[in-house]
Design a protein around this ligand. Structure first.
Ligand code: HEC
Length: 121
């Protein structure tokens, strides 16, 4: 077998390690980035869970809010609008974003939970 094609096992291990290190770095940045967005979309906390929505739905809703809802315009700070204003705006915007039923329910649950949170409104 020509030498160029035989990868010594220890260098393969090193590559796996390097990839793991990168993944960890990227994840850390992503998480730090999301915390930096808390003035736009507050992270899920205990008080929000009193809204009765599952943590899973709320996490999904917040992800959708930060990602899908910032495709056409910046994601607006949730508390720039009242709960009533959201009731009028959100269904249209879920259509705009072409969210499926589960995604629409998740982002609607998330906005609802934001108004159960112990945060300035
Ligand atoms: C396909 C593009 C698009 C996507 C995706 C989108 N929006 Fe919008 N959004 C718009 C446009 C265009 C306007 C301004 C015109 C209007 O109000 O319809 C707007 C306006 C808004 C406003 C201001 C409304 C007002 O009356 O002041 C809010 C709040 C908003 N979007 C939230 C969201 C949320 C939340 C999502 C995700 C569910 C979202 N948008 C996804 C295009 C989009």
């Amino acid at each position: 077998m020509p030498r160029c094609c035989s990868i010594p096992p220890q260098s393969r291990d090193r590559r796996t390690l390097r990839r793991a290190a990168w993944t960890a770095a990227v994840l850390t940045l992503a998480i730090a980035g999301c915390n930096g967005l808390s003035h736009i979309a507050p992270p899920i906390d205990q008080t929000m869970l009193t809204s009765g929505h599952s943590a899973r739905a709320l996490e999904l809703g917040r992800d959708i809010y930060l990602v899908q809802c910032s495709r056409c315009h910046v994601a607006e700070p949730v508390y720039d609008y009242t709960a009533n204003e959201w009731t009028a705006i959100l269904p249209d915007m879920c259509d705009e974003a072409k969210l499926n039923n589960e995604e629409t329910q998740a982002v609607t649950a998330y906005i609802d939970a934001c108004f159960h949170a112990d945060k300035p409104q």
